[in-house]
Design a binder for this molecule. Sequence first.
Ligand code: NIG
Ligand code: FE
Length: 409
Amino acid sequence: MTSILLTHIKQLLQVRKNSPANIPGTAMDDLPLLEDAWLWIENGVIKDYGHMDELPQVNVPHKDCSSSLVLPTFVDPHTHLVFANWREEEFEMRIKGYSYEEIAAAGGGILNSAKKLQYMDEAQLYERAMERVHEIIQTGTGAVEIKSGYGLSVEAELKMLRVIKKIKENAPIPVKATFLGAHAFPVAYKLNHAGYIDLLVNEMLPQIADEGLADYIDVFCERGYYSVAETEKILEAGAKYGLKPKIHVNQFSSSGGVQVGVKMNALSVDHLEVMGDDEINSLKNSHTIPTLLPSCSFFLGIPYGPARKLMEANLPVALGTDYNPGSTPSGNVAFLLSLACIKLKMTPFEAINASTINAAAAIELQHQLGSITRGKKANLIITQPIPSLAYWMYAFGKGNQLIKEVIIN
Ligand code: NIG
Ligand code: FE
């Protein structure tokens, strides 16, 4: 039995006696905390916590956390961290004035990644992706969702999903796998969308279900990518295999994709840089979690999602990094939180709720992670001595250096 007692914690954050399913809108600005606290971990699980006045007299190793904040690790509910190579050449094109969409139309973008991935074997892809998984753990991520979508052929999509499965089996943190075969149309099917969708529905999905390779299904519903009708068709096919939708919508344009997500009972709708009142209203009384990816907005120079409006509508906003080689070459949650405060005008409390419990809910891990609750997994961040939570986000760019230790299990 391994056991440890963290003592003299300056602030133990996100303490919830009973774990909520998620924290909606106005409640997000409340982050329950305990000052001068202890936390007892046993066998990878949070056993108990309390005030230093009532420190249990037990013979287990102690770890002094004076001047540190302790909080649950982040959950990253949206990444594409399996890929062959970076795409900094597109970064330079964007500096010269080409947009993400123009670069994609010229053969860059997702198709560029698909070309690179096609020639890389499973072992090497796994090795590179696993390095990224260890990188994000070090910067405080304690659970992650990973998408396919740089394969775009039966063979390569299965290859990507097998890599994700292997990560799931070997990573020290929980991993969820999402099938994103509908990320772009491969060149050969540019004029034959129905042909590719047929491949996706009748060849990819049955094999994915057979091998148990995916938890969720995703579609890039966007002008120039998948139409609303195509999205619905693909999500319906996924539903037959029990795959819940988590979709890319309203990144560059609004088309009704959010409403289709709600109709199909999507677990989350992600991006949402372009949102009207109709879309926001459609999310009320749904189980669909709006997930914002402000690092992508920052990197591409596109608008930021309307976090405040979504919270005013009492929705449980989640945050994800979108870690991928094209639109967000960063899995850095500390920076994401600074952006959430600076650009989305979220308070530090709201940002933490969005990247812990609500992000956990966006990948159905809210019963295991996302709060300091007895019985939950002891995936925790111990910060360096810092004056306050707000300071951590205020000191943008320095957030990772302010993490002293990440405890996993
Ligand atoms: O979430 N928008 C679609 N997919 C990714 C970008 C993929 C890429 O450019 O490689 C995103 O931003
Ligand atoms: Fe994405």
